[in-house]
Design a protein around this ligand. Structure first.
Ligand code: GMT
Length: 375
C-alpha cells in the first residue's frame, strides 16, 4: 500500500537534513507521497518528483513577541497538512523541537496520525549544555509512536542520558550510491595545484567545536612533515577563524586548501587518499560513509557511532580522541604503503553495500511505518 508521509527536518546543511531528504526521495521513488514540512526547501531536494511536495512554514516576527514562534508555526502547518492531505505518518528528525511539534500538531488536527521520530544525536548534545530541556526531549521520545536512532551508540547514549520509557530501534544512515561512487576527476588535482607525488587528505564538516578540526590540522602537520601532502578542508562554521590561525602558526599555508561549502563532494573524495574525522561527538559520521563509497579509507576517533562505520584495520583505523600522533601514525601506515592503501580503499568502497545498503535501509523504514499502521 502506498502511504502519505509528512517529513520534518532542518533544511540547512547537515547530516540529518541529508538523511531525511534522501529517505524521502527514495520513498517517493517507491510510490509513496512525501510531504516535506519545513521552513525552507531541504537543500538536497534538488530535483522534481511528482510524489514529492513541499509545505513551507512561515515564521513571522511580531513586535509583540520577543522571539519568532517557530515551534508553534511548525505545529500549525503540520496540523494543516495532516488534515488536508490525510497523512498516515509524520516522520520527524530530532526530538526537540520536531517531535514535540508533531505531538501538538496531532492533537490540533484531531487525527490518529502516527508519529515516527529519528534521533540524530543533536538532542543529546543539546542536553550537554542545557539540562532544562531533558523533560521536553523525554516527552518527545515517549509520546512518539516509534523512535529510531542512527547508531547503536546513540541509542545507548539516549537510554543512559534521557532514560525514556520507550524502545529505540536502530536504523543506520545510508548514502545515495548512485551519487557517491568513485568518479573520474581528470584535471582536478591540477586545478588545485596538487602535484602527482602529493597525497591528498580530506576533512568535511560544519566546523563546529565538536568536530575538533584543530586535531585534523595538527595530524596533517605531522603527516606533511614526513611526506608531500595537501589537506582539503571542506565546509565552514564557527571554528574557521581559529583554524586559519593554526594553519598559519604551523606554517602550513599553501598546503591546506580552504574550499568552503561544496556540492559534488564525490569529485573531491575521488581525488583524495584519506579522510580524517577526529570528532569528540559523532552519532554516526555520514561524511565517513560518503568518502568510503568513493574508495577513501578513513581515520576516525573511537567515539559515538564512528566505530560502527570504520572497522579498525579494514576500511580505515580508529584512534583515541585528541591523540593526533596516533592519528598521524595510522594515516602514514596507509599513505606510505601503496598495496595496503589499495586494499583499504577497496574495502572502504564496499562498505556501504556491505552494511549500509540504501535499499535495505529504506525498506526498514517502510516496514516500521506499515507495522505502525497494522498493514
Ligand atoms: O554533525 C553535525 O553537526 C550535524 C548533525 C545534524 O544534526 O545534521 O549531524 C548529526 O546527524 C548526522 C546524520 O544522522 C550524523 O551523521 C552526525 O554524526 C550527527 N552529528 C553529531 O552527532 C555531532
Amino acid at each position: 500500500m502506498k502511504l502519505k508521509i509528512g517529513v520534518t527536518c532542518y533544511p540547512t546543511v547537515g547530516g540529518s537534513g541529508v538523511v531525511a531528504t534522501e529517505l524521502g526521495k527514495l520513498l517517493a521513488e517507491r510510490g509513496h507521497k512525501i510531504h516535506f514540512i519545513s521552513s525552507n526547501i531541504p537543500f538536497r531536494l534538488n530535483r522534481w518528483d511528482p510524489n514529492i511536495f513541499f509545505h513551507q512554514v512561515a515564521v513571522n516576527q511580531y513586535s509583540l513577541f520577543q522571539y519568532p514562534p517557530y515551534d508553534i508555526a511548525l505545529a500549525s502547518k503540520m496540523a494543516e497538512v495532516i488534515k488536508r492531505e490525510e497523512l498516515d505518518i509524520l516522520h520527524v528528525h530530532y526530538a526537540i523541537p520536531h517531535a514535540v511539534c508533531a505531538i501538538l500538531a496531532k492533537q490540533m488536527s484531531g487525527q490518529d496520525i502516527k508519529i515516527v521520530t529519528t534521533l540524530h544525536g543533536t538532542d543529546i548534545s543539546v542536553l550537554g549544555y542545557d539540562s532544562t530541556l531533558a523533560d521536553a526531549i523525554r516527552f518527545g521520545i515517549e509520546k512518539s509512536d516509534r523512535v529510531t536512532a542512527v547508531s547503536y551508540a546513540l541509542a545507548e547514549q539516549t537510554r543512559t542520558i534521557v532514560s525514556p520509557d520507550k524502545e529505540i530501534d536502530v536504523i543506520h544512515n545510508f548514502i545515495d550510491d548512485r551519487v557517491y561512487k568513485r568518479v573520474q576527476v581528470n584535471g582536478l588535482r591540477e586545478t588545485y595545484d596538487i602535484s602527482p607525488e602529493e597525497k591528498v587528505i580530506i576533512h568535511v564538516s560544519n566546523f563546529r567545536k565538536v568536530k575538533r578540526v584543530q586535531d585534523v590540522v595538527k595530524t596533517f602537520s605531522n603527516i606533511a612533515s614526513r611526506l608531500p601532502a595537501k589537506l582539503l578542508l571542506v565546509g565552514d562554521g564557527p571554528e574557521m577563524t581559529k583554524i586559519c590561525e593554526l594553519v598559519k602558526n604551523l606554517s602550513l599555508d599553501g598546503k591546506v586548501l580552504f574550499l568552503g561549502r561544496q556540492d559534488h563532494l564525490e569529485e573531491l573524495y575521488s581525488m583524495s587518499d584519506l579522510m580524517l574525522l577526529l570528532s569528540e561527538k559523532e552519532s554516526f559520521g555520514l561524511v565517513a560513509l560518503e568518502a568510503m563509497a568513493c574508495g577513501v579509507p578513513c581515520i576516525g576517533t573511537r567515539v559515538g557511532g564512528i566505530p560502527e562505520i570504520i572497522e579498525d584495520g579494514y576500511n580505515g583505523f580508529l584512534c583515541e580522541l585528541g591523540n593526533t600522533d596516533e592519528a598521524a601514525e595510522k594515516a602514514l601506515i596507509l599513505l606510505e604503503d601503496k598495496e595496503k592503501h589499495e586494499i583499504f580503499s577497496a574495502n572502504a568502497e564496499h562498505t556501504p553495500q556491505e552494511r549500509f545498503q540504501a535499499d535495505a535501509i529504506v525498506s526498514s523504514y517502510e516496514a516500521l511505518y506499515t507495522s505502525l499502521l497494522n498493514l
